[in-house]
Design a protein around this ligand. Structure first.
Ligand code: ACK
Length: 561
């Protein structure tokens, strides 16, 4: 890649362009623009993609120098990066675009009166120029967002799939630090990984404090593609930097054994940990663990990363009960997960944790990760119980298809089970995003009384839906409308006195029209969501009684749609 030019800059955006790659090795898929604040020296970089040879990078800080470099992605992998180019954003005043160079050159070459005329003309046309710049910014911005599937946002990187590198070792070099093996001290074997033993130990970097680490090793006699597959996980984890994602310390690739070194998590895998601590945590502590996992998953989905194997066995717990998402090796091939079973289409999938559209036709997305997240919620609230108990995979698939859903575990707050049901909606576009999940959990944790009503308080449940209590709000009206992308009607609902989800559950199509929802498509979307809301409330009411019967394992699931 050659020269990258700055076309213009304002306080929060810089427009860049470059020329086509000459003689690319194969067809160009798109360009990746990587950038970071110069002062921050690559502590945190962002990137965005575009199919054209120009981009408007938005979400920048005013009066700040950024370093940019660009590379092309071709069907055969990435080209080398362009050299680094440094460009600054303009000062805070959003109305001043930095087209300075043109103005300076012109004003320097003319004097007195002509300068005045030019300045007046400039001021007169500035309004138009700004209009043009803003319009161009908007359309470029849209294009960038469309191509990257990600809103360029300073500080949040886009995940780069290591499989897009022609040579995967290049991805490892880019995202994982090589560690001198003499800095690693192995203490003991703590488990068996797919590629070799997992050990605990210490990492001693000169001049730094020792840190406890887990070391995954690649057993001897491996084939080259096993080595690649093993190191692939490092090139994925190495891209993440979040307190609820397992942290990569580095890799050993230049000597034997090949190792991946990550932070040590004292309490090991979440499912096994909870099974040995049945009933020992408060609901608030369990909700705190779930919140941590939601933070990690929000970060991953913001980066455009789909995990595909989210399950309590793949969450690690430290000695402060902080939960971190782990096991990234499996996101492409799920062959190695003992829970994976072959589907009709031939893929291997952990059926009990996977959304129906992912099982049926391989549609994995952050929405299918949300489904799995709610299964993890259920595992946590039941202290590591196996989802759907002893049912066969085939029965699980059929029951889900018929609309049955896991009931609330004993002691689980009604509000948390409502959240699970919301995440298990058949239609994936109706499920909440991880952002929604996180803000809902935050509301519950800030107000713990919202988690007092538990489903084993059977006596507190009425016999008919009409007598249903005013539960603490599952989500606010605003959150509910957001989740079905109808937030423009929030004030209509509130002005007409529909302030709780229970009151909304009683609405008819006539009520929806009366409050001013005129478009038929919008009426339909709202009414179908209200129907599912009603059923959810109804089944929560039912599960209160059924939970009592769990000891005899009577039909362990409920219809929810
Ligand atoms: O439940 P565990 O003790 O937690 O058993 C498994 C085992 O290794 C095989 O994966 C443990 N393990 C994996 N990564 C880590 C880590 N970073 N810290 C502590 N234990 C780990 C896992």
């Amino acid at each position: 890649m050659g020269i990258v030019r700055k076309d213009w800059a304002i306080h929060n955006s810089i427009a860049l362009s470059w020329s086509e790659v000459e003689q690319p090795p194969s067809d160009i898929v798109d360009y990746e623009v990587k950038y970071y604040e110069k002062e921050q020296e690559q502590l945190s970089y962002s990137s965005t993609r575009t199919k054209s040879t120009s981009v408007v990078v938005t979400g920048l800080r005013p009066s700040t120098v950024y370093v940019f470099h660009v590379r092309a992605r071709t069907s055969a992998g990435y080209t080398a990066y362009s050299p680094n180019f440094e460009f600054a954003t303009a000062a805070e005043d959003p109305d001043i675009a930095d087209q300075g160079q043109v103005l300076v050159v012109v004003t320097a070459s003319v004097g007195g009166f002509s300068l005045l005329v030019i300045l007046t003309l400039f001021l007169l046309i500035t309004g138009r120029c700004q209009g043009y710049i803003k319009a161009r910014m908007k359309s470029e911005d849209k294009r960038t967002r469309f191509h990257s599937g990600h809103v360029p946002f300073s500080g949040i990187k886009t995940y780069v799939d290591p499989d897009t590198y022609e040579d995967p070792t290049q991805a490892v070099e880019e995202f994982a630090k090589e560690i001198d093996p003499s800095y690693i001290c192995i203490d003991r074997v703590i488990g068996a990984g797919e590629f070799g033993e997992v050990c605990s130990g210490r990492l001693h970097k000169p001049g730094r404090k020792d840190i406890a680490v887990a070391i995954k090793t690649l057993k001897g006699g491996y084939m080259e593609d096993q080595r690649r597959e093993f190191l692939r996980e490092a090139s994925i984890i190495g891209q993440f930097n979040n307190s609820n994602i397992i942290r990569l310390e580095g890799v050993v690739t230049k000597s034997r054994p090949v190792m991946i070194v990550v932070e040590y998590m004292e309490n090991g895998a979440l499912d096994a940990f909870l099974r040995t601590r049945e009933g020992q945590f408060t609901v608030l502590q369990l909700a705190g663990m779930l919140r941590g996992i939601a933070v990690g998953m929000t970060y991953l989905s913001d980066m455009g990363y789909v995990h595909r194997d989210l399950a309590a066995r793949n969450i690690l717990v430290d000695d402060n009960l902080v939960c971190k998402v782990s096991d990234f090796g499996m996101s492409r091939v799920l062959e190695d997960d003992s829970e994976s079973a072959y589907t009709a289409t031939g893929g291997k999938i952990p059926i009990r944790w996977t959304a129906p559209e992912a099982i049926a036709y391989g549609k994995f997305s952050s929405a299918s990760d949300v489904w799995s997240y709610a299964i993890v919620m259920w595992e946590v609230m039941s202290y590591g119980e196996r989802p759907y108990w002893e049912m066969s995979n085939q029965d699980v698939i059929l029951s889900i298809e018929e609309g049955y859903r896991l009931p609330a575990p004993i002691g689980c707050p009604v509000t948390l089970h409502q959240l699970m049901l919301h995440c298990w909606q058949k239609e994936y576009s109706q499920r909440p995003s991880f952002n929604n999940v996180l803000s809902f959990l935050d509301k519950l944790i800030i107000n713990p009384s919202s988690m007092i009503t538990q489903v084993n308080d059977a006596l507190s449940f009425p016999d008919s839906p009409e007598e249903m209590p005013d539960y603490p709000l599952f989500i606010s009206i605003g959150d509910w409308l957001d989740s079905i992308k109808m937030s423009q009607y929030k004030s209509n609902f509130l002005a007409a006195g529909y302030t709780t989800l229970d009151s909304i559950a009683t609405m008819s199509i006539e009520d929806i029209k009366r409050i001013g929802v005129c478009l038929i498509g919008h009426q339909r979307r709202i009414i179908s969501s209200i129907q599912s809301l009603r059923l959810q409330l109804h089944h929560i009411h039912q599960s209160g009684f059924q939970a009592q019967n769990r000891s005899n394992r009577a039909l362990p699931h409920y219809r929810s749609n």
